[in-house]
Design a protein around this ligand. Structure first.
Ligand SMILES: [Zn+2]
Length: 558
């Protein structure tokens, strides 16, 4: 008996879903497009006449040398779903039926693909290897619906080039194994940017060899406030960090899945862990301790101190060495000016600008002016990155006073992003009103694990249009895409991260990928119900409010 063959013979006689115990979806009529209506929904699905293709023993994966990695993913996915190990070959022989992968000039968009199914075989033509990869994702989800595949031509390409998910690994630390599992979720949803929030007041999580105390001191806190900033400290030491080798491993893992890792070093605020490690970087020289509570701290980098710029440049030099991403996130949010106003050196520097110090801690999106001191700091960091052929990306606070080349991440609603796009900045939309997945997903929160305040149901996420018609054509072209953020103050473990992400991430994927005229929330819910089979298959914890007959995770599971 050849290992793996027996289950496959069963598939010849039984549609896959009969085996999966769901007879309702086992017999799709010929001509039905249901199999191919996956999440995110492809732009065009045109059913064809003819006999179906049956994915059975004897089918092989045909791929050119430059697509061996993609072929290996397809092989692995089909093995997980159908238990069968299809061979990968590079040369065609007569009478064998293939799933053929190719990069083709027929596909204009780099991330686009054309997926064709007929009785003789399946072909996925991509505009690049990434396009082939997204075609494989669609095929994988269609096969989950049944190994009898009706003839079809799917023509697909994403609406946006920036399809991101963020994960805060500072407030709580997540293992490299979990970060990989999280990246797998991005791949399942055709996402291509992983925004990795690596530093904050409550913990510095990335090894920097020139400044070793960032890890020996900054990655550890001596306790954490219980609940929503109560007065009670649990007194339990908490810490963790990624070595540079581990970070490189994550970069490679993501790259294989056509995902770019965007590292974020948040500055000049949210720097308490760095100040605790090197007190001379603050206006008062400390002493400081790594943050125990959540929110905004008044201690920030002393932007008049040349040693601070040495620190920032050393950190960014090592970050650029680990992360090949052109775009580097430099934070820039929530930076109070209190300490600068009391610091003689910062005041002397500010006097040279001839403007008041400013109140950047007033977080009103359109009225607050960036402090001239923060603008000065941001400009120097921006210039350093530009000199090294990288682009700075920052939270929307940096909009005032930033060069046009700076990319803006719009979080205080969509208005700052719209304003930035109208003035010529490239923008990623990640508004708190649609994209903060640490917020609650239902109104009745008594059984919810997270304690974060806002309310963003999945339907609201689905309704986001990052580049609405109300913007000018020129502005819409500057909106690169959308992203959701997972801040981890109240997500203490991995199951909670998954629960907050799923299934809202699936709704976001159609915001990012599918053209607005193709979107339909009711039809999406049907597609989503089928997609949840993958959440089950890979053991992701997910919120089940949309399926009252499914058992919700109980509190102890968090
Ligand atoms: Zn200062």
């Amino acid at each position: 008996m050849v290992k793996g063959l027996l289950p496959f013979y069963l598939f010849i006689f039984l549609p896959f879903n009969t085996l999966a115990g769901d007879p309702a979806r086992s017999a799709l009529p010929l001509g039905s497009s249901k199999n191919y209506e996956v999440v995110p929904l492809p732009q065009s699905i045109v059913m064809q006449k003819g006999e179906p293709f049956i994915l059975e023993a004897g089918v092989e994966i045909l791929a050119t040398a430059n697509l061996q990695q993609e072929a290996a993913f397809l092989q692995q996915y089909l093995k997980e779903i159908t238990w069968n190990d299809l061979p990968i070959v590079q040369k065609r022989v007569k009478k064998v039926r293939y799933i053929e992968l190719a990069v083709s000039p027929n596909v204009k968009e780099a991330e686009g693909y054309i997926l064709t199914v007929n009785q003789k075989g399946v072909t996925i033509q991509g505009g690049s290897a990434a396009g082939v990869f997204y075609g494989i994702q669609t095929l994988r989800k269609a096969v989950k619906e049944g190994v009898i595949m009706n003839p079809v031509i799917i023509t697909d390409a994403p609406r946006f080039t920036w399809r991101g998910m963020h994960l805060d690994c500072s407030r709580h630390f997540f293992s490299t194994d979990f970060v990989k599992k999280f990246i797998d979720l991005l791949a399942l949803h055709n996402m291509n940017r992983f925004h990795w929030h690596l530093t904050d007041d409550q913990g510095w999580r990335i090894e920097i060899k020139k400044w070793p105390k960032l890890i020996s001191v900054g990655s550890q806190r001596t306790g954490t406030i219980i609940g929503t900033n109560s007065d009670i400290d649990d007194g339990i030491p908490y810490g963790g960090y990624y070595s540079q080798d581990e970070a490189r491993e994550i970069v490679a893992y993501a790259a294989a899945r056509h995902i770019t890792v965007i590292p974020e070093i948040d500055m000049p605020g949210h720097m308490l862990a760095a100040l605790a490690s090197y007190p001379e970087l603050g206006c008062t020289s400390g002493p400081y301790q790594v943050g125990h509570y959540w929110g905004v701290y008044k201690d920030v980098l002393c932007v008049s101190n040349e040693r601070v710029y040495q620190f920032v440049e050393d950190v960014l030099t090592e970050i650029m060495d680990i992360f090949p991403s052109e775009v580097i996130h430099i934070g820039g949010d929530e930076t109070p000016t209190d300490k600068w106003q009391q610091c003689p050196k910062c005041q002397a520097l500010n006097a040279t600008f001839g403007k008041p110090t400013g109140q950047s801690e007033e977080f009103s999106p359109l009225t607050s002016r960036l402090s001239p001191l923060q603008a000065h700091f941001t400009k120097r960091v921006f210039d350093f990155l530009t000199a090294h052929h990288r682009r700075a990306l920052g939270w929307d606070e940096i909009l005032d006073g930033s060069p046009l080349d700076a990319m803006i991440m719009s979080w205080r609603g969509t208005e700052p992003g719209a304003k930035a796009a109208e003035t010529g900045h490239d923008v990623v939309m990640t508004p708190t009103t649609f994209c903060y997945f640490d917020y609650q997903q239902v109104e009745d929160t008594q059984f919810e694990p997270s304690r974060c305040g806002g309310f963003i149901p999945i339907e609201k996420v689905y309704s986001l249009d990052p580049a609405p018609d109300s913007l000018s054509t020129a502005a819409r072209e500057h909106i690169l895409g959308a992203q959701a953020n997972l801040w981890s103050e109240y997500m203490t473990n991995e199951a909670m991260v998954e629960y907050q992400a799923l299934p809202r991430m699936s709704a976001l994927s159609e915001v990012q990928w599918t053209k607005p005229e193709r979107k339909d929330y009711e039809a999406f819910k049907e597609r989503l119900t089928r997609l949840t089979e993958f959440f089950e298959l890979y053991h992701y914890q997910y919120a089940k409010h949309l399926w009252p007959d499914r058992q919700m995770p109980s509190r102890w599971q968090f």
